[in-house]
Write a new protein. Structure first.
Length: 765
């Protein structure tokens, strides 16, 4: 996504966000969408009333950002910075209340006669005083409705402002006509109070709505606030030799503290050394070079407890440093940091339009014209029935006021903003709104094994060499092959070789075979290190170590072979057994999902014995088909497709590059935040802590958010469907209609804000 004005001409399609000021209802957002889509080169435009922004996808062209801004302005609205509403400082609780207070002050005397009637008192104000009180409200405080309504009219459409301005103007003109046409010294009933009070109530409702809507963006603004302004740049260079020579980590850090310079975070470069003092936030991503500390990452991952960090371990920008002073090396800055990616994912979800919102947009597109017709029919119907002109006008005004489609435009986006915001605060990043809307319908959850249900850090438990006394040599050669691989088993081999102090060997022509293993040449010998399945397919077997390998597999271990390609074929040089442990809460997380009535499946590339053994440790039932073993990366998509057969809704949970196709193929893809970027981009939902317990939490927040959307849409439609007939039949006067209309918007936003009280069940326990 590019900020406004920075379209990349090399992209086949660029994307930008534009802030939009002046929108008041669903009809406004629909009109802005139409205006943007008419700009030549625009592929798609989605306008979000709750965030007051538009996301536009367009083919690169000359001055396209300026043309988009011009289109917004020509439609009658004000183009703004995309993140103006999110990055603005918190306002005082009563900010913007001045016009509302003035309206209340001027309208209160006009309402007094209505109150007096309840007690049998007649406190009617003189007509001239009513005129003096109502006119500033009508044409001063109500000027915003005239401006926005006229802009909508010029664009050939209507909106809330047009309905309010037409309705209240009709009431004011009716009062003027009754006053001026009445005989002198005659007390006539005027309707100035209706027009003034409606405008005041609408302003009050908009003020309350804006205040509540700002709370829906609290989560994303809290993420923006995590970024410090300054970093302590260390002007010296750090080397391993210096670190080894230092008498202690703290002492070396103190030595460099005297050479620090405060610089803006925007000037920090990858490779810089930064000093982070106790209690400060880490300015960017990096690795600890020196020092020990505890890091609070709760606002990033939802992890409630601080985690220890020492030399060589990663730290994330925005996290809070504990009681240790540390020196760090910068590994990512700007938009490449974890915090920036989190913000981008949340913003993408909040800017996107849920499928259910498209139905609302279709209704809003014709809503205002239909209401104008209904109001005209109401006026004509009352006149036809013999009612006085003023009675017909007042009932038509009530129809115009109660029908304002404000709540319709806010029902879905406010719930999505609140839901995605609270989910992000607890470590659940929802990138795809469609995934959010679909997740609550999931009935089958498929899990990758390594790194998802297990720690993903296997260790070499034991090994055997076919040539007596050659275990060290065999391990050294296997480590040489694995040095260039990121696979957990390859890293475990390298770690075991280092732990035994074996001298590193050089390997040539190393090539990874996805889902199988790695091959390459070491000292002129062609070696392969890989799974039993791969080796069996190539004609190699453990031979005398078959029973030993089977025993390890029964314990849930993964067995691999080291083989050399010789003239007579592939000859096994050794057997490796790797152990991996289930994540601490994985079994409990699966149990929680099972209680929800979900079908659980673990998909693994391991042989059946090892996979089923691990499945039983996790509480799965292999005999019921809950463990699918021996699945190559390319076959995971087929496995997901098979699980979806019969109209099942499947969620796939994984963490690796090889899981990305399956994550994309599932109805809902969930990536572990400790996994790869590819997996996170392929998934609609990212679980930042890599905790399987968050799967149930993600399904729960989906269900609650969808429930809020449905509740909001029900109430939004209910207000209009019930209110318009009541107003047309004369059961609602304009004042009550204005109060009901204002209440509808506030109630919809307030209902969405209840989602902020949500807590994951696992965390709550």
């Amino acid at each position: 996504m590019n900020p406004l004005g920075t379209a990349d001409p090399s992209d086949p399609a660029s994307q930008t966000d534009i802030g939009i000021g002046g929108m008041t209802c669903a009809a406004c957002s629909a009109r802005v969408e139409r205006a943007l889509r008419k700009v030549p080169g625009v592929v798609d435009a989605q306008v979000n009333l709750a965030t007051e922004s538009a996301r536009v996808t367009f083919a690169p062209g000359d001055q396209m950002p300026a043309r988009l801004r011009r289109a917004v302005r020509d439609a009658g609205y004000e183009p703004r910075a995309a993140d103006a509403a999110l990055t603005a400082p918190d306002e005082a609780p009563w900010a913007g209340f001045g016009p509302v207070a003035l309206g209340l002050l001027l309208s209160a005397p006009l309402v007094l006669p209505m109150v007096g009637d309840l007690f049998g008192r007649h406190w009617m104000l003189p007509a001239w005083l009513q005129f003096l009180l109502a006119t500033p409200v009508q044409f001063g405080l109500g000027a915003r409705f005239y401006r926005a309504g006229w802009a909508a009219l010029r664009a050939g459409s209507g909106n809330m402002d047009l309905l309010v301005s037409v309705g209240t103007t009709a009431g004011w003109l009716l009062s003027m006509w009754l006053w001026l046409s009445a005989p002198p010294d005659t007390m006539v009933h005027l309707y100035f109070e209706g027009s003034a009070v409606v405008i005041t109530l609408v302003l009050l409702g908009k003020w309350l709505e804006a205040r509540a809507r700002r709370q829906t963006t609290a989560a994303i603004r809290a993420l923006h606030a995590l970024r410090p302004e300054l970093a302590h740049l260390v002007r010296g260079r750090w080397s391993a030799a210096q670190g080894a020579a230092a008498s202690g980590g703290a002492g070396q850090t103190e030595a460099f503290a005297a050479e620090t310079t405060d610089v803006p975070v925007s000037e920090v470069l990858v490779g810089d050394h930064l000093l982070v003092r106790p209690g400060e936030r880490f300015p960017v991503d990096g690795t600890v070079l020196d020092g020990q500390t505890q890091v609070d990452e709760s606002l990033l991952t939802g992890e409630p407890l601080p985690v220890p960090r020492g030399p060589g371990e990663r730290v994330t920008g925005g996290a809070i440093n504990g009681d240790g002073r540390v020196l760090m090396t910068v590994t990512a800055v700007g938009s490449e940091t974890v915090l920036a990616r989190i913000i981008r994912l949340v913003e993408d979800a909040q800017a996107a339009k849920a499928p259910i919102q498209r139905l609302v947009d279709q209704v809003a597109a014709v809503f205002v014209p239909v209401v104008l017709v209904v109001a005209a029919l109401t006026w004509g119907g009352w006149l036809w029935s013999g009612a006085a002109v003023e009675t017909a006008v007042i009932h038509a005004v009530a129809v115009l006021v109660i029908a304002c489609p404000c709540a319709l435009g806010l029902a879905t986006p406010t719930a999505i903003m609140a839901g995605t915001g609270v989910a992000a605060r607890h470590g659940i990043l929802i990138r795809d709104v469609q995934a959010l809307e679909l997740a609550h319908r999931v009935d089958t959850v498929a899990f990758d094994k390594t790194g998802t249900l297990t720690e993903g850090r296997p260790v070499l438990g034991d090994l055997r060499a076919t040539s007596e006394g050659d275990e060290a040599g065999m391990l050294a050669r296997a480590a040489a092959i694995g040095q260039g691989s990121e696979h957990p088993l390859a890293r475990a081999v390298v770690a075991a070789a280092v732990a035994r102090g074996l001298a590193p060997l050089a390997a040539d022509g190393v090539r990874a075979v996805p889902g199988c293993g790695t091959e390459g040449q070491v000292a002129g010998r062609m070696l392969r290190v890989g799974s039993l399945r791969w080796m069996n397919a190539l004609g190699a077997a453990p031979g005398p170590w078959s029973d030993w390998a089977a025993a390890w597999q029964e314990q849930g271990a993964t067995v691999a072979l080291v083989a050399e390609q010789q003239a007579q074929g592939l000859v096994v040089q050794g057997v490796l057994a790797f152990g991996d442990e289930p994540k601490p809460h994985a079994a409990a997380a699966l149990g929680l999902l099972r209680k929800r009535g979900l079908r659980l499946v673990m998909v693994s590339g391991d042989n059946r014995g090892a996979a089923e053994a691990m499945g039983r440790r996790l509480g799965l039932r292999p005999e019921n088909g809950e463990v699918v073993a021996g699945v190559l990366p390319g076959d995971k998509v087929a496995t997901v497709a098979a699980l979806r057969a019969g109209s099942h809704i499947v969620a796939m949970v994984g963490d690796g590059v090889n899981d990305a196709p399956a994550l994309a193929a599932a109805d809902v893809g969930m990536a572990m935040g400790n996994g790869t970027d590819v997996a996170m981009q392929a998934a609609g939902i990212t679980l930042m802590r890599g905790d399987p317990a968050l799967v149930a939490a993600a399904l729960d927040i989906s269900a609650r958010t969808v429930a809020k959307i449905r509740q909001n849409l029900f109430w939004a439609f209910f207000y209009n469907v019930a209110g318009i007939p009541l107003a047309a039949l004369g059961y609602l006067n304009p004042v009550l209609a204005g109060a009901a209309m204002a209440l509808s918007s506030v109630s919809v936003v307030s209902n969405a804000l209840l989602l902020r009280r949500w807590r994951p069940a696992a965390s709550a326990s």
